[in-house]
Write a protein that binds this ligand. Sequence first.
Ligand SMILES: [Mg+2]
Length: 204
Amino acid sequence: MFYPDQTFQQMSEQLMKIHQDKLHQSRKLVLMVDLDNTLIHTTEIPCQLSPKKNVFKMKLEGSPTYYVRLRPYYKEFLEKISELFELNIFTFACQSYAKTVAGFLDPDNTFFAQRIISRDNCFYPATKMANVRFFSPCGESMTCMIDDREDVWNFAPGLVAVKPYMYSKKQNPYDSHVSMDSGTVAALYALAGTTKIEIPSKKN
Ligand SMILES: [Mg+2]
């Protein structure tokens, strides 16, 4: 319950606590999920690969037409990891781009529930890691990341680096570097089970 004399900071801390308790009850950690070259590949060149399933045309104000291709088996991947993590999109692209791509990946808001962090929300433009404490309800200790770039996360121990997804006419979606392979899922599961990332015990 909130009271009229509470400061913004007090209300914010209370909301954070509610969110922490919810995560604790569901036994989930927070996962920051990168978009470009992790879940998607965006180009200005139309996709020639057939079938054109999971390819979307995107036109944002002031930008050229983009073609967004979703990584093969992205949905199965998100289904699997959402059992253990509360998923957040975290991209250094702009908010309109992030929201549009989120609509392609998750049209029913099943996985991300509109939890989208873009460069428009960030305080630090050069490193994603420095921004985590502002967005993760549980700070860095309960936050994991998946990204094709390790440097933007300062090579943090909670990071699972993936091989960049780059659309190519020649590629075979069954190649392990194209789809999100089982090793990536296993790495995330290992992180969720590691004792280094502590789930705080509930206070009475
Ligand atoms: Mg990326």
